[in-house]
Design a protein around this ligand. Structure first.
Ligand SMILES: Cc1cc2nc3c(=O)[nH]c(=O)nc-3n(C[C@H](O)[C@H](O)[C@H](O)COP(=O)(O)OP(=O)(O)OC[C@H]3O[C@@H](n4cnc5c(N)ncnc54)[C@H](O)[C@@H]3O)c2cc1C
Length: 388
């Protein structure tokens, strides 16, 4: 690929040795922390909510590692975070409570927030004491974020918020939402007049209703705002800049290892079975090879996107590419493992492996929806290549 093409800058890179050095300590901690958790629970990992566990990570200095020390962060690079995140996912640690705050909300506040917002929110995120959710999606808006209708109308005290968000991950557990809202104009104005506001979810007028998904879990919610009075300090960044801010934020959401590793606990557990005499078979060995040959280059691409984020760039198209390919692999893994296991004698297959397969299979349709649907990402990649 020529260096002046849109994606040519995605050159492969290595995680620096200083960051890799953290890996053994993290592994030792996680081996102990997840020892008694069955695989079908560990498979939930970044969907798994455990505030106490996040608090422990905060105490170890493993939250907000990329954020400046003056706000309680670790002052380290995105590669340090990559090592941590990769290990959390590999072990299936329950990291869902702090995930969004650590990945998106605190970096967003650091980039666009006022000094007072930085001082108030970021140290709490780093300690695992403040959890955030993302209020972008709305009923009848979905992928078409520019058409959001939730309104924050400026008044003498700040903003009066009315509207509804949907599919808000962990809203029922979080203290704060960063919401994309309309602060001026109408939905016909599209990208203009959108802003991001921080909503304290304990305010009067906020109603949070969990939604049950296919697997029986309730991790995302509907959130209703009825005359919620926000202070003027709720606005993040400039009024009307919401679209640009959200687009940059989505690169953080789309490029991380969680877009490759959602099925990794299942894959590892299945590999353990394939290594046993009754689990070994030529077709299973071929499948293991196929998954690894796809996973390895994808991981390398995802590390490269991190490097661009480290340099303060906003690799929007590259992140879309990694997410689209990553979620395709994440969905392939449970489907292929099901095919393998169901071709065997039922009594040979461990029950716990089947339970993990059941959960991952039920969760897998969402992999290519959450964080932006497949069709939208493909459209962005096509635009990046100058094809649209
Ligand atoms: C597990 C999970 C967690 C989520 N968590 C959050 C969260 O925390 N915060 C949040 O804000 N949202 C969250 N979402 C919402 C998610 O990001 C949206 O579901 C997604 O953006 C799509 O919106 P929609 O479901 O309304 O579908 P729609 O936008 O209505 O799309 C329906 C179908 O049409 C296709 N489509 C839509 N527009 C186009 C187009 N222009 N060109 C081609 N095809 C198109 C889509 O790809 C899709 O296949 C979550 C979703 C899931 C599944």
């Amino acid at each position: 690929m020529s260096s002046n093409s849109s994606l040519g800058s995605l050159s492969l890179t290595r995680i620096p040795a200083a960051d890799e050095a953290l890996r053994s300590e993290v592994r030792a901690f996680l081996a102990e922390a997840t020892r008694d958790m069955p695989a079908h629970i560990r498979a939930r990992s970044w969907g798994g909510y455990n505030g106490e566990f996040s608090h422990k990570l905060g105490a170890k200095g493993w939250l907000g590692v990329t954020l400046p020390k003056e706000y309680g962060g670790g002052g380290r690079s995105a590669f340090t975070r990559y090592v941590l995140v990769e290990e959390f996912l590999n072990f299936g640690a329950p990291v869902g409570s702090h995930w969004i705050a650590d990945r998106q909300s605190a970096p967003l506040i650091l980039k666009y927030g006022t000094e007072a917002q930085k001082q108030f929110y970021i140290p709490k995120v780093c300690k695992g004491e403040a959890f955030f959710c993302i209020g972008m999606s709305e009923p009848n808006s979905g992928s078409d974020l520019a058409s959001v209708r939730t309104k924050a109308v400026p008044n003498e005290k700040g903003f009066l918020l009315n509207g509804q968000k949907i599919w808000t991950t962990n809203a029922h557990h979080c203290q704060y939402m960063i919401a994309l809202v309309r602060t001026s104009g109408t939905s016909e104005d599209r990208h203009k007049g959108l802003s991001q506001v921080i909503v304290d979810l304990s305010l009067p007028g906020v109603t949070v209703r969990p939604i049950q998904d296919l697997s029986g879990d309730s991790h995302f919610c509907e959130v209703f705002f009825e005359n919620v009075q926000l202070g003027s300090d709720a606005l993040i960044g400039a009024e009307g800049q919401g679209w640009e801010q959200v687009t940059a934020e989505l690169a953080f959401e789309r490029s991380g290892p969680e877009r490759l590793f959602s099925s990794i606990v299942l894959f590892d557990q299945w590999l353990d079975y394939v290594r046993t005499p009754q689990g070994r078979s030529p077709s299973a060995q071929q499948l293991a090879g196929r998954v690894l040959t796809e996973l390895a280059p994808l991981r390398a691409m995802s590390v490269s996107v991190q490097e661009k984020l480290t340099r303060g760039e906003s690799p929007i198209v590259e992140a879309a590419l990694v997410k689209e390919l990553g979620t395709t692999l994440e969905q392939f893994i449970p489907a292929a493992i099901a095919e393998d296991l169901f071709s065997r004698d039922a009594e040979d297959v461990p029950v716990e492996l089947l339970m993990t397969l059941k959960y991952v299979t039920e969760a897998s349709p969402s992999f290519s929806l959450r964080g932006g649907t497949r069709d939208i990402l493909r459209g962005m990649i096509a635009r990046g290549l100058g094809l649209r």
